[in-house]
Design a protein around this ligand. Structure first.
Ligand SMILES: [Fe+2]
Length: 312
């Protein structure tokens, strides 16, 4: 009996199953939309071998009750076991500020000591945020198993994968080019959503513009699978092709100048509030999905920094 069936969670139902039209060049991509945080999670499979990676899995967190649960992640585990996939890596695109990663939970649930991977500049993000939450930077050393260098290559079964550094939304942000499928995280959104904010620490609208250009310079039939979708008056979508993005991205289509984009982002970001799950997300995600250690009574606490000018 698998652990997933022990948890009683049936296999997650993919929103779409993008079966590879050509196993030499293209993975099969199963797409799972996590509605509470509008996050796309992906299971990317080499059809030749059934080797697979998981991209940006979500750990459920209810901020009102302070409850962390694993229904979403258990659905993925169950799907993986049901389809006899061999997960070789768990890939994070960046330190998310709007949801908790289930990377560590998946690693524990699945056999094989699967490496949790992220871009090498996660160490910058850890250095920025550790002091904000009273964490020792030293305690975050080696939190991840793999720190990808820019343009590093690795294999997914018979398919080659390429790590693209895509800074701007966050400094550590990377995308993963796996055959003709690109997992962009938050470096681009679907054409009618446009782009992500660039005002987090280490964010930079000019760099985001350049990262988007890098994606738009890929071959036009490549599919850009996004990290989130925020549909209005349509169903959620997980990808647009490079050709579609070049033509229709509402923030950076062909002809948009860097200064147009930077000015747009400056104005837009100035009126955005902090993400709802900012503090829990960062504290867990810079630990690669681990929770803070429990106290003597077994209680786990996350910290919420408070801004106040009063002395009370
Ligand atoms: Fe993000």
């Amino acid at each position: 009996m698998s652990r997933a069936s022990a948890n009683g969670i049936p296999p997650a139902e993919p929103w779409k199953r993008h079966v590879s039209p050509d196993p030499k060049t293209t993975p099969t991509v199963y797409t799972f939309f996590e509605k509470a945080t509008s996050t796309w999670q992906y299971i990317v499979v080499d059809p030749n071998t059934s080797d697979a990676v998981v991209v940006d899995p979500v750990l459920d967190y209810d901020p009102n009750s302070g409850t962390i649960s694993t229904d979403t992640a258990d659905g993925l585990v169950s799907f993986i076991e049901h389809n006899n996939l061999r997960i070789t890596r768990i890939l994070e695109t960046h330190a998310h500020a709007d949801h908790l990663t289930a990377a560590q939970y998946l690693k524990k649930q699945l056999d094989g000591d699967i490496p949790v991977c992220i871009g090498q500049r996660i160490t910058m993000v850890q250095k920025t945020f550790a002091p904000k939450y009273g964490l020792e930077a030293e305690s975050l050393k080696n939190a991840f198993d793999v720190y990808f260098k820019d343009d590093e290559e690795f294999n997914l079964g018979c398919l080659s994968c390429h790590v693209l550094h895509l800074p701007g939304h966050t400094p550590d942000h990377v995308g993963y080019v796996i055959g003709k499928a690109v997992f962009t995280g938050d470096s681009i959104f679907n054409p009618d959503v446009g782009s992500a904010r660039a005002d987090f620490p280490g964010g930079d609208a000019e760099k985001l513009y350049q990262s988007m250009q890098r994606l738009l310079a890929l071959p036009e039939d490549y599919r850009l699978y996004v990290g989130h979708d925020y549909p209005q008056n349509r169903d959620q979508m997980c990808f647009a092709t490079v050709a579609d993005q070049r033509l229709k991205n509402k923030h950076v289509k062909e002809g948009t100048t860097p200064s147009d984009f930077i000015e747009f982002r400056r104005q837009r970001d100035a009126v955005l509030g902090a993400p709802r799950l900012l503090h829990p997300s960062l504290q867990v995600n810079i630990r690669a999905g681990r929770l803070p250690p429990p106290d003597e009574q077994g209680r786990i606490f996350l910290r919420i920094p408070v801004r106040v000018d009063l002395h009370l």
